[in-house]
Design a binder for this molecule. Structure first.
Ligand SMILES: NC(=O)c1ccc[n+]([C@@H]2O[C@H](COP(=O)([O-])OP(=O)(O)OC[C@H]3O[C@@H](n4cnc5c(N)ncnc54)[C@H](OP(=O)(O)O)[C@@H]3O)[C@@H](O)[C@H]2O)c1
Length: 190
């Protein structure tokens, strides 16, 4: 049975856990209340604020080698509502440089938690856009997501994380400006 370790038990941590559990994955969580933990997930999902990533790398990085590490963050400064990574890079690219032994993916940042819970965006099925350099890692995450009842789409190598973060940023900004709802958002039709 595939195992997943999810950092965070907030909106996204719980919604992603529900999808993975529905697909037969064994899920455990690490939270801020966790003193120290063994990371044993084949798939490790970092369902935490962008600002928490550096601390997790410092504390748990040595345990993340060889694992599929999924960055779901939208790296925003919530005061200025601007992206905090350079426009020619991404949070996922930075994480990948920090974790050279891990198979880093960008995923879930373009789906609101509500879309994971309802499994739909408007009339369409929810699709998790995935970017990363390791084909097997992308297949493993996509299979787990599809088994959990939603769609997955390979959006390219890790350089595409920059575009995924732009899409996630735009969707979030539109919702924060009340132009769309947090139960709406972008969907993908092939
Ligand atoms: N909400 C969405 O619809 C959505 C959509 C796409 C992407 N995202 C991204 O998903 C991430 C999580 O968002 P969210 O809405 O789930 O936030 P949230 O509800 O505030 O949950 C964040 C979780 O991260 C935990 N956490 C913080 N630092 C941690 C650490 N060092 N180790 C372990 N756990 C830690 C928090 O624990 P405490 O409560 O103990 O602080 C909390 O459980 C963010 O990066 C966000 O940009 C969110």
């Amino acid at each position: 049975m595939t195992k997943a370790t999810i950092f965070g038990r907030g909106n996204m941590g719980v919604a992603i856990a529900d999808i993975l559990v529905a697909g037969g994955v064994e899920v455990s969580h690490i939270t801020t209340a966790t003193e120290s933990a063994i990371v044993d997930g084949d798939i490790v999902v970092l369902a935490v604020p962008y600002a928490a990533l550096d601390g997790i790398v410092t504390k748990y990085g040595s345990q993340l080698g060889g694992r599929v590490v999924v960055d779901i963050t939208n790296p925003l400064d919530f005061q200025t509502l601007k992206l905090v990574v350079p426009t020619d890079s991404s949070a996922a690219a930075k994480l990948s440089r920090q974790l050279p032994g891990s198979r880093v993916l960008k995923a879930f940042n373009t789906t609101f938690a509500s879309a994971l819970i309802s499994k739909t965006v408007g009339p369409n099925p929810t699709t998790v856009l995935i970017a990363g350099d390791d084909a097997d890692a992308k297949t493993a995450l996509a299979s787990a997501v599809i088994d959990g009842g939603i769609e997955a789409f390979d959006s390219g190598d890790l350089t595409a994380a920059r575009e995924l973060e732009a899409v996630g940023y735009l969707q979030l900004r539109l919702a924060m400006e009340h132009k769309i709802s947090f139960t709406g958002g972008f969907s993908l039709t092939k």
